[in-house]
Design a protein around this ligand. Structure first.
Ligand code: ASP
Length: 313
């Protein structure tokens, strides 16, 4: 291996993971960093690695991105993703329906169009035009969960489709207590040339209103990368958007030259605003932070000369 030592770090979303699911979730994250590390070791770019890791996680069950993602109030999947690198490449896609790897579509938007954010039908049309693989991401497990969440709302006294809609409209944080889990995926990478990249992908939030786009599609909120650092966020996206969390944490990383302090500060801002938030952040010197205010933030990484995979919750 020549040049500097590359790093790949991924997350699998903040929340509270049932004990029984932890091994499978960490297994998917570890497989993703291993695959991305092969690209980095072969001289691939940080962007290649971050996008590849996220695409692998989009194919994994249980994680809330791509296949088996969460569903909106109408029981449909609407996927958000974004990518950015330290050379200035950046784009996001929102509310896409049947694209197998929304993160690859976000990269294509960045590399092949003049646009920075594309949504819904037009984004899907571009994916088809470019020949990207398509797939309906709705799994049987997600359908059952959707029905179960609606039942629990009704048991809680919210009856009738209008009442459910009104509830979802105003009380997303209460809804999130029903399911207690986010499981969005994200990656940050540093390559042998010292370039950084970040990527994020999600199905969003259970029972979100149809048409809602969250932080994971939005450059600055769910994803940010420049010469000072790379960051991917997870949590209540509507609050993370207001904080511009990823841009904020990279700016503070540049200011403090201390990635841990920067991540703590932005997560503290999220806590003060009562926003569930998790961040992974990577600085150009290879230092990194995994910071959150929930029970778990599953993550995995490959660093160091031995290229060993480490993971944790
Ligand atoms: N941030 C995502 C969203 O709000 C959800 C998550 O992190 O799991 O769409």
């Amino acid at each position: 291996m020549q040049g500097r030592e590359p790093i790949i770090l991924v997350h699998g979303g903040v929340g509270s993971i049932p004990e029984l699911e932890i091994p499978q979730r960490l297994g998917s994250l570890e497989a993703a960093v291993r695959a991305a590390d092969e690209l980095l070791a072969a001289g691939g770019s940080a962007l290649d690695a971050a996008v590849h890791a996220v695409a692998e996680m989009e194919d994994a069950p249980l994680l809330n991105a791509g296949w088996d993602c969460c569903l909106n109030l109408d029981g449909e999947a609407e996927l958000d993703a974004s990518v950015m690198d330290s050379d200035g490449l950046a784009a996001g896609v929102g509310a896409v329906r049947d694209v197998r790897h929304p993160v690859r579509l976000a990269r294509a938007v960045a590399e092949r169009t003049e646009h920075r954010l594309m949504v819904a039908g037009g984004a899907g049309r571009l994916a088809r035009l470019l020949g990207l693989p398509m797939r309906d991401p709705v799994s049987g497990r997600a359908r059952r969960r959707h029905a179960d969440l609606l039942d629990r709302l009704r048991d809680g006294g919210v009856r009738g489709s209008e009442a459910v809609e009104a509830f979802a409209w105003r009380r997303l944080p209460e809804l999130s207590e029903l399911y207690g889990l986010h499981s969005t995926v994200g990656a940050v990478a540093l390559d042998m040339q010292g370039r950084l990249a970040a990527a994020t992908s999600t199905g969003g939030i259970w029972l979100k209103l149809p048409g809602r786009v969250g932080d994971s599609a939005v450059i600055g909120a769910g994803t940010w990368c420049d010469g000072r650092g790379a960051a991917s966020a997870t949590g209540m996206g509507d609050g993370i958007l207001r904080l511009s969390a990823c841009r904020a944490v990279v700016e503070l990383t540049g200011l403090y030259r201390d990635v841990g302090r920067a991540a703590k500060e932005v997560v503290a801002q999220a806590s003060a605003a009562r926003v569930d938030c998790g961040l992974i952040v990577l600085a150009p010197d290879g230092s990194f932070a995994v910071q959150h205010n929930c029970r778990h933030l599953p993550h995995a990484l490959v660093t160091g000369p031995e290229r060993t995979v480490r993971s944790g919750t």
